[in-house]
Write a protein that binds this ligand. Structure first.
Ligand code: ZN
Length: 103
């Protein structure tokens, strides 16, 4: 049986991950195995002074993340969520958000 405490713990974990996502690729910073190079970005996206793929667009990042999710057997809902979530991240927020008409 799932207790209310466990539900709360699960919800808190989701909120913590949401707060601590890399503001470029959306990966929870918790999963970044390398030393933290930037307070808002993971080591795959940022080397501490600049973005590793400085010319990438939001659309490029959405494609890259979606490929990773497909490789991990993520379901359609998870893929759509991340696609939309990426547009809300700091790196992309000011750029014109690309929201797909179809998925
Ligand atoms: Zn990242």
């Amino acid at each position: 049986m799932i207790s209310e405490t466990n539900i709360m713990k699960g919800a808190m974990k989701i909120l913590r991950n949401e707060r601590n996502r890399c503001q470029s690729c959306g990966m929870p910073l918790f999963y970044d195995k390398k030393p933290k190079v930037h307070p808002h970005y993971c080591s795959y996206c940022h080397d501490g002074s600049s973005f590793r793929d400085g010319k990438a667009t939001l659309r490029d990042m959405q494609k890259k993340v979606d490929e990773l999710l497909v490789a991990r057997n993520a379901n359609r809902g998870q893929r759509l969520y991340m696609r939309l979530r990426l547009a809300t991240l700091k790196r992309w927020r000011e750029s014109r958000a690309y929201v797909p008409k179809t998925f």
